[in-house]
Design a protein. Structure first.
Length: 332
């Protein structure tokens, strides 16, 4: 075979391969993005068409919602509500109204265990500015007087906290709410597959609703995962743990998840995962499960059509009966 024929055949084969290479890139090569927002690293993986466009829309939505909900940002709507507690109502966006209404809904469904009004107690323990301390019982009792959900008044597009020093903290629901908004973007654009991980809050999507994803639950006391879930497309997975933010004093670990019943860090579990069909529900329930402990959490999960994976301080793992066959426990 002479050189010209060889070159011709090589070029022809390459041209014939181009459609297959394009097909592979569009459908099997993912676009990976990492951004820092909402006090966590957010990982976005997208397969299919229009990956760049979808990633842009997702990032834009995340940054927009963070600008509303971040109480560390003095210009956010939540910060303005807190700064004007006991002074005047604040006009806010539709998204802020919506998430506050959903937070109140979760308060009712969890029997008051999930409470965004817990911020003054979190501040007392030093979790807002990392000035950690164990407060006195009198200090806790006083802070708890500032956690009445009925003092959060929503009137049309205005929000008002009745008492000075009251404050809201959306940290237990904002990521889940954001994932719900991301789901809307994904369903509108219809990529092949998407996985979004917002620091323990995960959304999985595939155009095939029966596609199975493997989602790991972080080991609460070491690197790696302690269990792997096999879940269908469309599920949200949210995990709360005592390893996320904590301090230790005299051999005792105090985590940032406060039990609103006594104003102290919850300690019944060291990790709680909720699997749901709505992001904000899972985010709030993972917090509530963590506070309630094994028995009450499993009962609540059954009542609200959610699933739970719970881990205690001895690394015992408990989970909803409906997860049998869909969970694999790793070495502990």
């Amino acid at each position: 075979m002479n050189r010209k024929v060889l070159i011709f055949l090589t070029v022809a084969i390459f041209i014939l391969l181009i459609p297959f290479l394009i097909f592979y890139y569009v459908n099997y090569q993912n676009l990976h993005r990492e951004i820092y927002s909402m006090d966590t690293i957010i990982k976005i993986d997208i397969w299919g068409i229009n990956k760049e466009k979808i990633a842009y829309e997702i990032e834009k939505e995340i940054n927009y919602l963070a600008s509303l909900f971040d109480d560390y940002n003095p210009n956010s709507e939540v910060s303005k509500i807190n700064e004007n507690a006991g002074i005047k109502p604040i006009k806010v966006s539709d998204d802020t109204i919506e998430i506050l209404k959903k937070a109140k809904e979760m308060y009712e469904k969890t029997g008051g265990i999930f409470n965004i009004m817990i911020a003054p107690v979190s501040k007392l323990w030093g979790f807002k500015d990392e000035s950690y301390k164990v407060p006195t019982l009198n200090e806790i009792k006083q802070a708890l007087t500032l956690t009445d959900i009925n003092d959060l008044v929503i009137n049309s597009n205005e929000v008002f906290l009745k008492k000075k020093d009251e404050a809201i903290d959306l940290g237990g629901i904002a990521k889940g709410y954001t994932l719900d908004k991301i789901k809307e973007i994904i369903e509108k654009n219809k990529p092949t597959k998407v996985v979004v991980n917002m620091g323990g809050n995960v959304y999985i999507y595939n155009t095939d609703p029966n596609r199975i994803f493997k989602v790991g639950i972080k080991h609460p006391r070491s690197n790696g995962v302690i269990a792997i879930l096999e879940l269908k497309s469309g599920n949200f997975v949210a995990t709360s743990g005592d390893y996320e933010r904590f301090f230790e004093l005299d051999g005792v670990r105090y985590c940032h998840i406060i039990d609103p019943r006594n104003g102290s860090p919850a300690k019944a579990l060291i990790s709680a995962t909720a699997i749901t069909k709505q992001g904000y529900v899972g985010d709030a329930f993972s917090t509530a499960f963590f506070i309630l402990g094994k028995d009450k959490a499993l009962q609540l999960a059954l009542e609200v059509d959610a699933q739970a994976v719970l881990i205690d301080s001895s690394l015992n793992i408990y989970y909803s009966e409906s997860l049998a066959g869909s969970i694999e426990v790793e070495n502990r």
